[in-house]
Design a protein around this ligand. Structure first.
Ligand code: MSP
Length: 608
């Protein structure tokens, strides 16, 4: 094995590639290794070899490389169907990725975040036809709406992959050829159920009879409830059944998160019929033709899944930063990402995803959102009503991976008013109001003040402030945004209560009375002690409260970027001092001046 690796290293000219990023190089070599050896070794054997190879490469790199930039944090969202306008659920999915990527950047790791639109398939073909539009024009228009939504919501994606882009089509064609050449595709025929809404092939066991709202009884998918149609056609099949052992081996590395879902995937892997990966072109013209057989169109899910690598320039040799650190998906598309996708990748000699983060769905007032019910929540509308950051905050604070959440305007307004306006905004106002903070600055830390004016409990609470970033980090790494935000809010609640106890407005009045009495020598001597004490007390109260705001503001940048930027600017924190590392350290430095006065977040109204 070591010999084979050493031979590959030489063949790949590692010595000339020293300047490549360490993990990019590793990924590249691992990929090449898998490609060369996949035919003679099982994927699980190559995985063990891969681990060995990584270690080998790390020591090789240490010896030979002067630069070793770390691999960017690579995160993906599903690409969104353009059959209808974007809704709340789509934004939520992207927000999880955006906040996670921003968090990594805050921690000093560059990130790469890809999203996009899924534009081929019968569903889109039919949607375009019902609008009397050509599919291409129809897709352009709806894809633009998704971009508009993400730009409005301050989603900082690095790549927006459309499946109708030339580079994607090239990638799909190359991927198909790779599967075909490796012998994983054969010509066959399919007879079974097809759900156009899910773009999924289903077996008899996957469907059931259901009486629909129009009184008619139809076959529907057990999983999604969508109507299915019987389909019989000649097409190409993927030998999914060959990958059962590989999939089980992959599952042993626990790539599914939340972990409770792993058993569901194991169950799916138990029966793996070969998968139809094309549709008759007469039925489905809107898609990528099979290379060398234009009577067939590539199955839309195979086409769509490849977006994750076409965004990286596949079929180029170097598709770093593949594999992704994390792929975010909704619970309805688990089978496609946890069964088909890793099988396709392994078949093509690529690494399967190490982590799939699966989230639940948003309902509207406890009812599934649907166009026919007319209850689809338009996120652009809502951001207009509640503000971009308020809406981002609400979704991340209330959304959950493990259970469906119900959307209502009332809940949004309550959440924003309680947390952003009352807790965060109020604390900022209390510490920066000119009547309290007369010098408009952050008083420097006085150890004496800490001991003289704060109780032991308060001192301890203040010291734990600098552990907050690490505690939050632990939760964000697991996509537990609600809990992470709870931690931040409870620190801010504590600071508000602390301010309430110490009444800086009273202290400030005492200090001011001393300023007024300055000229009068008789009174000055009487008040001197009291005023000095009030000043020292006021300084320490403002310091502690404003430090809580600074640390919280730095953390919140991942969730509410604009609001945090305004908060930190108001606190006088320069842009170079807003990293995770800065939040872990006390700001001991002298009296820095505040930025311009702001209203952090106005209270919002749920409307009628
Ligand atoms: N095009 C496929 C994905 C292909 S990825 C290679 C698709 N598109 S979708 O537009 O229907 O869904 C995209 C994502 O949005 C999915 O992860 C899905 O779970 C998510 N959501 C759709 N409705 C949702 C809610 N109501 N709530 C939260 N997320 C929801 O599937």
């Amino acid at each position: 094995m070591a010999l084979a690796i050493a031979r590959d290293l030489d063949m790949l000219g590692c010595k000339q590639n020293n300047e490549r990023r360490q993990n990019g190089l590793e990924g590249h070599i691992v990929t090449m290794f898998l490609r060369y050896h996949h035919k003679c070794l099982s994927w699980s054997t190559t995985l063990t070899a891969k681990k060995f190879l990584r270690k080998f490469l790390q020591s090789y790199q240490t010896r030979n490389s002067s630069s070793s930039n770390s691999k960017p944090y690579f995160i993906t969202t599903p690409i969104f169907y353009v059959n209808a306008a974007p809704h709340l659920g789509h934004l939520y999915c992207c927000l999880l990725a955006d906040a996670s990527a921003r968090w990594q950047t805050l921690k000093g790791r560059p990130s790469f975040f890809t999203t996009g639109t899924d534009e081929h398939g019968l569903k889109i073909q039919q949607a375009a036809a019902s609008c009397h539009q050509l599919p291409g024009e129809f897709c352009d228009a709806v894809s633009k709406q998704f971009k508009f939504l993400f730009d409005t919501a301050d989603i900082k994606y690095d790549s927006f992959q459309r499946t109708t882009d030339e580079r994607h089509i090239k990638a799909v064609t190359a991927f198909w050829r790779r599967l075909e050449k490796a012998g994983h595709i054969y010509q066959g025929s399919y007879a079974g159920w097809y759900s156009v809404s899910d773009e999924a092939f289903l077996t008899d066991e996957d469907v059931e009879e259901k009486t629909l709202s129009d009184g008619k009884t139809k076959k529907v998918s057990r999983e999604s409830g969508h109507v299915v149609i019987w389909t019989e056609e000649k097409n190409y099949m993927f030998k999914l059944s060959d990958f059962q052992q590989d999939l089980l081996h992959w599952l042993n590395s626990h790539p599914i998160y939340p972990t409770q879902l792993e058993s569901q995937v194991r169950h799916m892997v138990q029966t793996l019929p070969d998968l139809s990966v094309t549709r008759d072109r007469e039925r489905l013209a809107w898609g990528i033709p099979v290379p060398g057989d234009d009577s067939q169109t590539i199955y839309v899910w195979l086409d769509a899944l490849i977006n994750y690598i076409s965004a990286l320039g596949y079929p180029h040799r170097d598709i770093s930063p593949w594999p992704p650190d994390c792929q975010i998906i909704g619970k309805d598309i688990l089978r496609f990402h946890a069964v088909y996708w890793p099988a396709f990748l392994i078949a093509a000699g690529l690494e399967p995803p190490p982590k799939l983060v699966v989230h639940s769905h948003w309902l509207a007032d406890n009812v599934k959102m649907s166009k026919s019910l007319g209850n689809v929540v338009d996120p652009v509308d809502k951001m207009g009503q509640f503000g971009v950051d308020g809406f981002r905050y609400f979704l991340l604070k209330e959304g959950s991976l493990s259970s469906d959440c119900s959307y209502s305007d009332k809940r949004v307004a309550e959440r924003i008013n309680t947390d952003l306006a009352n807790t965060l905004g109020n604390l900022l106002g209390r510490c920066t109001a000119p009547s309290v903070n007369r010098t408009q600055g952050l008083p420097s830390l006085s150890e004496e003040g800490l001991f003289e004016f704060l109780s032991q409990e308060e001192r301890e609470a203040h010291h734990t402030l600098y552990n907050l970033p690490e505690q939050v980090d632990h939760l964000i790494e697991q996509f537990q945004f609600p809990k992470a935000l709870d931690l931040v809010m409870s620190k801010l609640h504590w600071a508000n209560a602390f301010v309430q106890t110490h009444e800086p407005w009273v202290l400030s009045k005492i200090v001011a009375s001393g300023t007024m009495a300055e000229g009068r020598h008789d009174k000055r001597s009487q008040q001197e002690y009291e005023i000095q004490a009030a000043q020292a007390h006021l300084d320490i109260v403002l310091h502690v409260a404003m430090e809580t705001l600074r640390v919280s503001g730095i953390i919140l940048q991942a969730v509410v970027p604009d609001l945090s930027a305004r908060l930190l600017t108001r606190l006088g924190i320069s842009e170079s001092e807003r990293t995770y590392r800065h939040a872990q350290m006390p700001c001991t430095e002298g009296h820095r001046g505040l930025g311009e006065k702001i209203v952090l977040y106005k209270k919002v109204d749920a409307g009628s």
